[in-house]
Write a protein that binds this ligand. Sequence first.
Ligand code: ACM
Length: 433
Amino acid sequence: MTASEKIALVPGICADPFFADCAAVFEEYAGKAFGVGYCRKETEGGIVLKRDPALPEEGYRLTVAEGGVTLLAAEKKGMHNGLADLLDRIEKDGDSLLAAPCDLTESPDCPWRGLMVDLARQWHPLPYLLQYVDLCWKNRASRLQLHFTDFQSFTLPMKAFPKLATEGRSYTPEEIGTLVDYAESRGIVLVPEVDVPGHTSQFFAKYPEIFGTAGVLPASDEVFDALRTIFSEVADMFPHSPWIHIGGDEAAIGEWEKCGRTKAYMKEHGIADIHEMYAEYIRIVTDMVLSLGRTPIVWEGFRKEYDDRIDKRTVVVAWESFYQLAPDLAEAGFTLINCSWKPLYIVTGRVSWSPEEIASLDPWQWDHWMASSPAKDRGIRIDRKYPVLGEQICAWGDVIAGWENWEDGIKLEMQLVAERLPALCGKLWDLGF
Ligand code: ACM
């Protein structure tokens, strides 16, 4: 299509009051992309945003025609998706803004078009988090999981346990508020993660009297009370987040054999061994999250013989195809998110897979490169009748955490994500079957 066949757009935007904040966000991004200021009134050739309750929550209808652009949506998330699509279609030609004519009605096939960023191994100052929200918006991603805690740091502010926040690499309450408002005004759902009972050295470094004695959080009423307080603070900090991720990966549960408090707890509750204790831990913490009115998410980790004791509202992230395989989790009744190591993991500076490999993964399929995974070489596939919400790219900071210039590390991470997120979101938007 030549430039003359495209429609010349006028930088005006007129929104139903329900979509006023969507219009403001579009103005901001369009201003940055094209150096053009959008006026906020009905303008011949401009953009009109209207409400159409018949469209699905994330859907929109976009019409670009002589006379202007009309964008219809039922909900703000649908309008944000439509505006991101529109922004992508606009090009600048001299002083003109052009877009090809179209009339399309869109909605995504998969609700979970996710990105996870590891904030605990590599400290990310707030402006980088806001840029990740921008990246999600531009790609019509829907969820941004934030891995706030791990061995290296605990990056959330806590009122009841103030020493937990790692000095010099934790967010202030005001920064979390800014992040929450920024994501909410862009329709991006934040998924906060506090990883327990493993990856918790910060807990026992700062409060050994409560969390100490082992390389994994002990099982004890005192620890569970503390975790109830911590997750309740997380829920308060992230009021718009329907999901809270409790971690649950790679816990060094062998340490419980040496932990008097955990052994006493197991005896008191008739728990036979550490694998049952681990499943019980996940049950207790996921129940805490449910009692806060949020849906718990957990990394794949508990054994299948204990599936019955975990509430089936829990969403399981199948990532390593090692502890329990997706077919068993699905058959047990869990809803899944696909984070197949290959091709969805990025360990910046060490490993990542191409956008093409990401685009060709089916959400009901797991591929792996880890030698001990049963998915290695042959992959794992489950029937499409099972609920898989979608997929998520996970950007880990293990390697860049060791780099002298941390900003170079984050910039490389952001570049790797920016190259891959379009492939993930594009595919999950329209699976083509
Ligand atoms: C993980 O990669 N440890 C979830």
